[in-house]
Design a protein around this ligand. Structure first.
Ligand code: FAD
Ligand code: UDP
Length: 366
């Protein structure tokens, strides 16, 4: 008999399982995929750790979470500094003095501010109502046209005038020469890949991969006192209230016989015509010097039931449906729903760890 059956060997499941075992509980972890680590899974190809489900850069302001992950992996000094490629012209991201200098030839922060103010007042925007207006009031028309419009419309599959302003607000705009994409205090990549980090979390814990919960529900349920479920919440209830929607991404991964294809981990293609949004060159997450390289082209795509769920669609319709499922979930005595699918929430890795630690703290103190 297990104290806990953990469904899902992603970060939420692995952290919960670790904490429970540390408290002397008996735990079984299952995952329907053939591997552990959920969406942060990395797979070695040509000696390079490839981020199979999209590029993952660990960043956090939470010292407790940073110290926690450092117990399971050594992190390198990787700092995310993507490059934007607009029809062959290269710009620094996030928007900073290097970007402004390349765009307009301005040299001082005051000159950059004046240029943005001039473009903003020409556009006549006072209260930004959508993403287009928000972007122009933050960085002016030129940057909007070259670095934002095409990329955003490809990523979200609809015009910037129909998208909410908040999407763009999380991108920093800096009047300094700083290409760090994140404002977080701590940042890096686990050396040797995320899979190794999650394997260390699960060290000594019974894990069964290739095991779908619903296909084995009857026999699994009787073996555990409580279930920690990190799969999609609607699937748990057999979609009886309806299906929650996601936005999906498709990756085309290729091995190239060259040591250096693009000179950076991430290059964003910000024009509308290039069909993919960005190219990831995986070796640069770990400063690799292998003779070959592995790249992934990322295509944003519509999601349909059965596809891999990536980004929850946080609109009114899906939010309301999730609330209905949550009522059912809250009424369960022996099942706890957690993680990005269980809570239908866009969680960064640090937030999912924070949430799993809080859940374990509450649950295991009983
Ligand atoms: P998951 O990793 O999805 O784990 C859930 C697991 O449950 C899966 O392995 C699944 O197979 C399993 N499962 C589901 N149903 C069943 C079932 N019926 N039976 C058995 N097992 C089941 N965060 C960052 O901090 N930085 C980044 O740079 C970053 N980049 C991202 C890029 C992309 C494209 C995406 C989509 C997300 C990104 N994230 C990033 C977020 C990050 O991926 C998540 O925070 C994290 O992976 C969530 O962990 P989880 O355990 O909740 O979910
Ligand atoms: N964005 C953009 N150009 C870029 C990078 C980002 O216009 O080169 C916009 C785009 O609308 C995106 C948003 O900024 O949805 C947030 O970017 P971020 O990289 O945080 O998005 P993520 O891929 O993490 O969802």
């Amino acid at each position: 008999m297990y104290d806990y059956l953990v469904v899902g060997a992603g970060l939420f499941g692995a952290v919960f399982a670790r904490e429970a075992v540390n408290k002397g509980k008996k735990v079984l972890v299952i995952d329907k995929r053939e591997h552990i680590a959920g969406n942060v899974y990395t797979k070695e190809i040509e000696g390079i750790n490839v981020h199979e489900y999209g590029a993952h850069i660990f960043h956090t302001n939470n010292k407790e979470v940073w110290d926690y992950v450092n117990k399971f992996a050594e992190f390198n000094r990787f700092t995310n500094s993507p490059v934007a490629n607009y029809k062959g012209e290269l710009f620094s991201l996030p928007f900073n003095m290097y970007t402004f200098n390349k765009m307009w030839g301005v040299v001082t922060p005051d000159e950059a501010k004046a240029k943005i103010e001039e473009q903003k007042s020409q556009a006549g925007i006072t209260e930004p109502k959508n993403l287009e207006e928000q972007a122009i009031s933050l960085v002016g028309t030129d940057i909007y046209e070259k670095l934002i419009k095409g990329y955003t419309e490809k990523q979200w599959g609809r015009p910037c005038t129909e998208l909410p302003a908040f999407i763009i607000k999380r991108l920093p705009v800096r009047y300094t020469f700083d290409n760090n994409y994140f404002n977080a205090l701590y940042q890096g990549i686990p050396m040797g890949g995320y899979t190794g980090m999650v394997a260390n979390m699960l060290d000594g814990i019974e894990v069964r991969t290739g095991t779908d919960y619903f296909e084995n529900k009857k026999e699994l349920d009787v073996q555990a006192k409580k279930i920690i479920y990190t799969g999609p919440i609607d699937a748990y209830y057999d979609f009886k209230l309806g299906t929650l929607e996601y936005r999906s991404v498709r990756f085309e991964t290729e091995v190239l016989d060259t040591p250096n294809y693009q000179g950076n981990a991430a290059v964003n293609f910000t024009d509308r015509e290039t069909p993919y949004t960005r190219i990831i060159e995986h070796k640069f997450f770990e400063f690799g010097e292998q003779p070959k390289t592995v790249i992934s082209r990322e295509y944003s795509s519509e999601w349909k039931p059965g596809d891999e769920p990536y980004y929850p669609v946080n609109d009114e319709k899906n939010g309301a449906l999730y609330e209905e499922y949550k009522k059912l979930a809250d009424a369960e005595d022996d099942v706890i729903f957690g993680g990005r699918l269980g809570e239908y929430k866009y969680y960064d890795m640090d937030k999912v760890i924070e949430s799993a630690l809080a859940c374990a703290g509450k649950e295991l103190s009983n």
